[in-house]
Design a protein around this ligand. Structure first.
Ligand SMILES: [Zn+2]
Length: 307
């Protein structure tokens, strides 16, 4: 197995390695919180988008329904005029009755009057239908207005809640950045840059113990010469499998929690890394007993950090 040259980090000579490792262990907690807070600030406004979409949909519906309402009103005005016209026509025919002289003339006029009556009745029926539709629309529009008002208020309240939460997180963020600034002086910039990437990619766990030759970040058994360099502690070493920084955590076999030394300062609910599989650890230990660098179950999150 070949290990890339950049799995180690040259000591900058600025202070002893144990100090640097201690700083990194403290820093990883701050960085993880900062990245989480930054992600929350970015994600919070998204909670509103569903409510805003719904509000816009309601408003668009209202505009459409209001158009229909107005068109119906125009139609009603037109029907009223037509009803009056039909009525006048009938009255005009009825007025002509006095001038009738023959049976034939009478029958013709009577037919006109009947037709005019039918037309008027038909227009009035339609008028009635449209008027009752208009009433229903008016009630529906009122309900829609209320729904829009309610939704408007919900959006405003949600917006306010989000604004408040973002403001709180920005305060937290400021504190974290200040905390970070307390830790980072003296740390190499390139190391910091790399460490931040590891923290981002490995869900907050960027520096882990190497215990009994096994990286407690990925459970990979690392070769003795590598483990030895970690134990000597003269340079910063990166796990060739998961690229986390490893520090010497003793030669004792695994305890139940392989993360324990690295995560001592973490609150449990701060962390989201996968649960450890005890069988996997046993397999590693068995493999370790069987011989050096036996094929150990490797982390699924393979190296993705190196440039
Ligand atoms: Zn590892």
């Amino acid at each position: 197995m070949n290990y890339p040259a950049d799995t180690t980090y040259p000591d900058t000579g600025s202070g002893n390695l144990e100090d640097v490792l201690q700083k990194l262990r403290t820093l990883q907690k701050v960085l993880f919180q900062r990245f989480g807070t930054e992600a929350e600030i970015q994600d919070l406004p998204r909670a509103l988008s569903h409510k805003t979409d719904e509000l816009n949909r309601l408003k668009q519906n209202y505009v459409d329904h209001n158009d229909l309402y107005n068109r119906t009103r125009e139609r009603i005005t037109e029907l009223r005029e037509r009803a009056i016209e039909a009525e006048r026509e009938r009255e005009r025919y009825e007025g002509q009755m006095d001038a009738i002289r023959t049976q034939r003339e009478y029958e013709a006029l009577d037919k006109e009057i009947n037709d005019a009556n039918l037309r008027e009745a038909e227009v009035r029926r339609e008028l009635q239908r449209e008027e009752s539709r208009l009433d229903e629309m008016s009630v529906a529009l009122e309900q829609e207005e209320q729904r829009i008002g309610k939704q408007d208020q919900e959006v405003a309240e949600e917006q306010q809640r989000i604004d408040t939460e973002i403001a709180e997180r920005k305060i937290t963020l400021k504190e974290l950045v200040a905390e970070e600034a307390q830790i980072t002086p003296g740390l190499d910039e390139e190391l910091l840059f790399k460490f931040e990437r590891i923290i981002r990619n490995k869900e907050g766990l960027g520096i882990v113990a190497l215990r009994a030759g096994v990286c407690t970040g990925c459970q990979m058994i690392l070769p003795p010469f590598f483990a030895n360099r970690v134990r000597i502690g003269e340079e910063i070493m990166f796990c060739p499998n998961c690229s986390r920084i490893v520090f010497y955590g003793g030669d004792d076999e695994f305890e139940t929690d392989p993360f324990d030394a690295a995560t001592a300062e973490f609150d449990d609910d701060d962390l989201m890394f996968e649960d450890d599989e005890p069988e996997e650890i046993e397999a590693v230990v068995d493999a370790a007993a069987a011989g050096p660098v036996a094929a150990a179950p490797s982390d699924s999150d393979d190296e993705e950090d190196d440039d």
